[in-house]
Design a binder for this molecule. Sequence first.
Ligand code: NAD
Ligand code: ZN
Length: 369
Amino acid sequence: TPQRLSVGLGDRGYDVLVGPGLLARAGGLIGPVLPARKAVVLTDASVAPLHLPALRAGLEAAGFDMLAEVAVPPGEASKDFSRLQEVLETVLSEGLDRRTAVIALGGGVVGDLAGFAAAVAMRGVPFVQIPTTLLAQVDSSVGGKTGVNLRAGKNLAGAFHQPRIVLADTDTLATLPARELRAGYAEVAKHGLLQGALWNWCEQHGTAVVAGESAALTHAVLESCRLKAAVVAADEREESAEGGRALLNLGHTFGHALEAEARFDGTVLHGEAVAVGLGLAASLSARLGHCSQEWPSRVIAHLAACGLPSRIADLPRRFTVEALMGRMAKDKKNRDGKMRFVLMRAAGDCFTSSEVPAEAVTALLRDEG
Ligand code: NAD
Ligand code: ZN
């Protein structure tokens, strides 16, 4: 039996199921939370040949009517308005109605696109997340943020649309490239630093997670989702200025700047940028006197042990301090034009701050770069 945890959002709450072998049982697991046994599946062309047959069998065994299976090209470029329109036209022409569930089978790209399609098709139809990357299992499939990219920036058109259920089948991760698995692990480490006990577990078992060991993966996904579910339940729409979902941005102010500078060209994956960002956030916290030097040392050593870049110098390209500062000054999560950072006193004791002097950040980047 899979591990089960609940995202507490009142009558819109839902369960996250974690464990091996869930695709084959998908119909029986999701049927009870849906209004009808009718579904369309959205996936990508890399995931479809690997995992769609098992999901199809698992749905048909429970009497599901599969109206359509749509595979978009893999990659961030599919989070796009014209792709969204094409998906909507296809599923509506195949007979989607208000009781039909949209099922996302894939990574965060598929999840964000399918979730947005489910949010806007007929003003909202039931949505099911079946994440197949570690990043999607520990992060993007829980929390209800959906959307596509605009020229003005990533994720700037979207909707909050919570899934009815999340099935995190850890077996699907066996086909994930090792680099993608490691990148997803950066978000587990982030959740560990936010939560505390999970960080200690990570230091013990993180290398087993990135090696793809089943029991370690299940624990990492379950405990990551538990942390994220608690944060989301307390601040569903990221309305809290101080804590809440804003804390999930640990490592991301730096990470987004590195990612944007690398222009999403594939040289730096999101999780790799976040890993470096976690090291920088810990280093900044120590420089500002919020924690001892022990913390940046531990964070950097652990991420490196898991095969992740943990310092700017580990990345395959160079960045100027001016370019990174410019990116951070424009971060969409800033308030009143001030850069916002998530800082740490210790694992399990993080906080947001808009009062970090720009000089401290510049000095850190100069010393690190
Ligand atoms: P992704 O969906 O592009 O997947 C990465 C690659 O792995 C793709 O090439 C995909 O085809 C392949 N793949 C997926 N599952 C596989 C499997 N089981 N076996 C083999 N290959 C597989 O990227 P991602 O890292 O999963 O997600 C990144 C996206 O998630 C970004 O667009 C980001 O904005 C979004 N995101 C959303 C949220 C949210 O809260 N909604 C949070 C974090 C990130
Ligand atoms: Zn992230």
